[in-house]
Design a protein around this ligand. Structure first.
Ligand code: SF4
Length: 101
């Protein structure tokens, strides 16, 4: 399991980097999940579970989640398209307009 950052939502506040500056780095105003530490070793995210959880809790825009979690799936679906349950305004006909008046 690994953490993922929703870059659309991230505001670059740096709280996640403050919680774990090995896993999270704010680059060009957006947090990025790192896969290697400063020495070039692969990061084992399980070893950072507590600090990653802290970052998830502290992120003010809930942009961080565990890959595969419900939050992550919801976040990716949200970005896809407009709500399909919303009727388009063009569907109104003359009768509807009279009822509304
Ligand atoms: S805490 Fe959230 S908003 Fe702040 S830099 Fe990290 S991912 Fe972005």
């Amino acid at each position: 399991m690994k953490p993922i950052v929703n870059r659309e939502a991230c505001i670059g506040c740096g709280l996640c980097e403050g919680a774990d500056d090995t896993v999270f780095k704010v680059i060009d105003g957006k947090s990025e999940v790192q896969y290697q530490d400063a020495e070039g070793n692969m990061i084992v995210f399980e070893d950072h579970r507590d600090t990653i959880e802290k970052a998830i809790r502290e992120c003010p825009v809930t942009a961080i989640s565990w890959e595969g979690s419900e939050e992550a799936e919801g976040a990716s679906e949200e970005g896809l398209s407009a709500d399909p349950t919303v009727e388009p305004m063009a569907g109104l006909d003359q009768e509807d307009m009279q009822e509304a008046a």
